[in-house]
Ligand binder design. Structure first.
Ligand code: ADP
Length: 615
């Protein structure tokens, strides 16, 4: 259940305009953004994957333990990440022509005449099922929990692209993502960018891949120590196949005996340990941020405005040989800390061992921290990371879904694990291809007896992320946008209009009794309409801005009516039910009630509603 707290009034997503960035980057730095080399063969997927929790492990919402998450690449020079909030809309500059998502738009009768709920196949959703169900219900879409013989509009996979064979619609996984975010692969991808743009990609700790780079690791550490005898580093060793803190340990020197064991047993990444993290209540914590990769070509990234902060359960001290093995002090993994006697389950989202990131930002802001700068650094980190992964992801994509063959359109929610340093610089820890979307956690009622109980903080953050992802991916919205909405322009992208819609709708709905109402109330509509009018007709006085937008909407609605008429005739002659293709019943008032119309279509439609109501 969403609460109407101030931080929740923000839309869930920020749009990161990686398209322009990537192009500018490629042009100016002559970096190839086309696919480079193919990645490793398909392996086990992230959190969802093989790690079915053992009885000893809590089956709670574990953030960030995608199984083999890759490390993101470094940054683009000269690129300023531009987050989009409801108050700040940025141009998009993307061409849809190459996007597979356009391919099903040829059925004119469906475009104009068959409002029906979006269908979602949730049969493979696994641990995200609960949050997905709530989201679908809130949107008033139709869920197929056991699959469907006919194709669905959206397929929700719990693990990977290959969970089932799909030839149409949308699927929430990209081929190859699991491989690309494994620890070693990610480290490699980031390293390439670090070599090219060291300044831009300095948000990722220096890393070495074991066993291949063990000698390099030894030599480089020795070299730095020789040059600066006061340097007393700590390193963290992470098995490539590990997740949830599994197999991780700290060392002070490459000669540590445990490293010899790792070298012989399994591939791993050894990484500089960030010794001075930002502490809250004397505890180390990290951030799980949700990032929607909406499209690879053009690159479209959305960053959720809220995430989770996972806290250690033992007060932090800088690494020292005496405390290196204190996992509750150094590792923020929920799955580890839940076993500490100090773990605090809280009913509040701003206290306890797992909190919302927005509550952390509020707290920092109250202490005078420039949280806009923190956000902008985080956004920059996310974009640069995705850009480092993109070339190989495109190779996977083209290999699994060759152009010209039937195939689904992909999108994916990624979990970024980020550490804030004491000086507030964000550091990338890892990327999870399958971030946990569990919204309950396990509680031990009596020794050995466990029960799943709802987790408020997980539900608040994760349901919003899934629901807004679905809204952004709504296949019908795209059709209506491309056909109906003329509000977008070079300075007002459709993504920006989407965000405005989500933002304002959520804010107003949080004030109404039924917070689950997915439609847009009149006040929200008026606010959105005035905002759009101001954006669209900047130079006019307000009343003329509004009047001009009304005229524009009416003009385009009349064009739409003409099209529907044509469509209605052909549809009727084609044997459709008499009422489904008529002008009246094809009016998008019905989809409005379904709760999935695009914002601008909504605006236009609601406009006619409200004008009727007023007249
Ligand atoms: P896993 O996939 O097993 O969770 P992570 O890379 O996320 O592996 O590391 C586990 C935890 O270790 C992180 O949540 C963080 O608390 C800590 N950690 C990882 N890398 C570093 C680092 N370079 N510096 C400081 N702490 C780190």
């Amino acid at each position: 259940m969403l609460r109407g707290r101030p931080e929740r009034e923000l839309a869930a997503w920020w749009e990161a305009e990686a398209v322009a960035a990537a192009k500018a980057h490629a042009a100016k730095e002559q970096v190839r953004l086309d696919p480079g080399a193919a990645g490793e063969p398909e392996r086990k997927a992230g959190e969802e994957q093989p790690k079915e929790p053992t009885p000893a492990q809590p089956r709670a919402a574990e953030e960030g333990d995608a199984r083999a998450p890759p490390r993101p690449p470094s940054t683009l020079p000269m690129y300023q990440a531009k987050p989009v909030s409801a108050q700040g809309l940025y141009p998009h500059g993307k061409s849809r022509s190459k996007n597979r998502s356009c391919k099903r738009s040829s059925d004119r009768s469906e475009e104009y005449c068959s409002p029906r709920p979006v269908t979602v196949d949730s049969s493979k959703a696994r641990t995200s099922l609960d949050a997905l169900k709530i989201s679908i219900r809130q949107l008033k879409w139709k869920e197929f929990p056991f699959g469907r013989r006919l194709p669905c509009d959206i397929y929700w996979h719990g693990v990977s692209f290959h969970d089932s064979d799909i030839f149409s619609g949308l699927v929430n996984k990209f081929p190859g993502m699991t491989e690309m975010v494994r620890k070693i692969t990610l480290s490699r991808a980031v390293r390439i960018m670090q070599n090219l743009f060291p300044e831009e990609y300095n948000f990722y700790p220096r890393s070495w891949i074991l066993p291949d780079e063990f000698q390099l690791f030894v030599a480089q550490v020795r070299m730095v120590k020789d040059g600066d005898p006061s340097w007393k580093p700590t390193f963290i060793v992470k098995p490539d196949s590990g997740c949830q803190g599994d197999g991780i340990y700290l060392i002070k020197d490459p000669s540590d005996i445990r490293l010899a064991g790792t070298l012989q047993s399994r591939p791993a990444v050894v990484q500089e340990y960030v010794c001075k993290p930002l502490l809250i209540d004397k505890l180390k914590f990290d951030i799980r941020l949700y990032v929607l990769l909406k499209s690879l070509e053009p690159l479209e990234i959305y960053i959720a405005k809220d995430g989770l902060s996972r806290f250690c359960t033992e007060p932090y001290q800088e690494p020292h040989p005496r405390n290196l093995h204190h996992i509750f002090m150094h590792l923020t993994n929920y799955s580890l800390n839940i076993h500490s006697g100090n773990f605090v389950h809280s009913d509040s989202t701003s206290t306890g061992s797992k909190r919302t990131f927005s509550s952390i930002l509020c707290r920092l802001s109250s202490k005078g921290v420039d949280i806009k700068k923190v956000w902008s650094d985080i956004i920059s980190l996310v974009i640069k990371t995705v850009i480092a992964l993109t070339p190989e992801l495109r190779v996977f994509y083209q290999s699994d879904i060759p152009a010209g063959r039937p195939g689904p359109t992909c999108f994916q929610i990624l979990g970024f694990d980020i550490l804030l340093m004491k000086n507030l610089k964000p550091i990338l820890l890892e990327v999870n291809a399958n971030p946990s979307m569990r919204i309950e956690h396990e509680q031990e009622l009596s020794p050995g007896v466990f029960e799943n109980v709802p987790s408020l903080v997980d539900e608040e953050v994760k349901v919003a992320v899934i629901r807004d992802t679905l809204r952004l991916m709504d296949p019908f919205k795209k059709k209506r946008e491309s056909q109906n909405c003329k509000l977008s322009s070079s300075s007002l992208s459709m993504a920006a209009v989407d965000i405005l819609y989500i933002d304002i709708t959520r804010r107003w709905n949080s004030m109404t009794v039924d917070q689950r109402d997915s439609g847009m109330c009149l006040q929200a509509f008026v606010e959105a309409f005035f905002y759009l009018a101001q954006r669209k007709f900047k130079m006019l006085p307000l009343h003329e801005q509004v009047a001009s937008l009304i005229d524009l909407c009416e003009y385009h609605l009349s064009l739409l009516d003409e099209k529907r008429l044509v469509c209605g005739r052909s549809a009727t002659s084609g044997g459709r039910p008499p009422h489904s293709g008529t002008l009246q019943e094809a009016t998008p008032a019905a989809p409005l009630a379904e709760g999935h119309p695009p914002p601008c279509t909504n605006s236009a439609l609601k406009l006619s509603h409200s004008r009727h109501a007023l007249s």
